[in-house]
Design a protein around this ligand. Structure first.
Ligand SMILES: Nc1ncnc2c1ncn2[C@@H]1O[C@H](COP(=O)(O)OP(=O)(O)OP(=O)(O)O)[C@@H](O)[C@H]1O
Ligand SMILES: [Mg+2]
Length: 235
């Protein structure tokens, strides 16, 4: 494997207990790129992110983050590589306020985005700093989850199904936010079933099925693949 990638995975297998769910997954995310991981329910997208973060521990193969082998790295050291994870279930603390959620660890050195920067990027959160997590809308919760990852200093972001269950107008807002993070040079991995959401955002696409990568293509091939993908993702 070459080591100039932000993330590089080769021959990755992963298990839940005795059940093997990833079979030889390989992918590469160059620094500053936005990469989409597409696939139907149960294809193995979330498991791939969990395997990168070390949340799924039973895995074999190779995973490098900024050239570092992370296969034996303890979970709590992952944040120090500047990698942040926005899980499908968002992982914010419902009983804490917006402000308190933003203050939670992990903080990685001095690299985190400042409060002022976060408030500018998320004006609706800035207006609701004292609201509890439970009082936020789905879209605000999603924004808070992203803001937390940015506050930790992550510049590689793994984000799982950001748009799930959100109204179209909120999806638009999240798209604009990702566009902004992209223009700031963040490295972004978007797991999505919503191909329309990522079709213009991502520079490169991987398609998973039954725990395998079955296809990959660059942004320039999107138009030609649209019909095939719509069928595959049954949109
Ligand atoms: N905690 C778990 N224990 C056992 N099996 C699991 C667990 N989580 C997922 N699986 C199984 O692993 C496979 C891959 O699931 P995964 O969640 O990675 O898919 P996904 O592509 O993220 O799907 P979705 O679009 O529904 O989120 C599926 O067969 C799923 O049933
Ligand atoms: Mg999933």
């Amino acid at each position: 494997m070459t080591s100039d990638a932000a993330i590089e995975i080769a021959e990755l297998d992963a298990w839940y207990g005795e059940s093997k769910v990833l079979h030889g997954v390989g992918l590469r995310v160059p620094p500053g790129a936005t990469v989409a991981l597409l696939g139907r329910n149960g294809a193995g997208k979330t498991t791939t992110l969990r395997a990168i973060m070390g949340i799924v521990r039973r895995r074999s193969g190779a995973i490098r983050v900024r050239g570092r082998d992370v296969m034996r790295m303890p979970l709590h050291h992952m944040a120090s590589l500047g990698i942040g994870y926005v899980p499908e279930e968002r992982g914010i603390f419902a009983g804490l306020t917006v402000q308190e959620n933003l203050r939670l660890p992990p903080k990685v050195g001095g690299g985190g985005m400042s409060d002022a920067d976060i408030h500018a990027l998320f004006p609706n959160l800035a207006e609701r700093l004292t609201s509890e997590g439970t009082k936020l809308s789905g879209g605000e919760q999603q924004m808070l989850a992203i803001a937390r990852a940015l506050g930790s200093g992550a510049d590689i972001l793994l984000m799982d199904e950001l748009t799930e269950g959100l109204a179209p107008v909120i999806v638009q807002r999240i798209r604009a936010l990702i566009q902004e993070l992209k223009s700031r040079g963040k490295t972004i991995v978007l797991v999505e079933q919503n191909f329309r959401f990522v079709s213009k955002l991502a520079d490169h696409f991987y398609v998973m099925e039954e725990g395998r990568v079955i296809d990959e293509f660059p942004q320039s091939a999107v138009a030609a693949r649209k019909e095939q993908l719509n069928r595959l993702l049954s949109l």
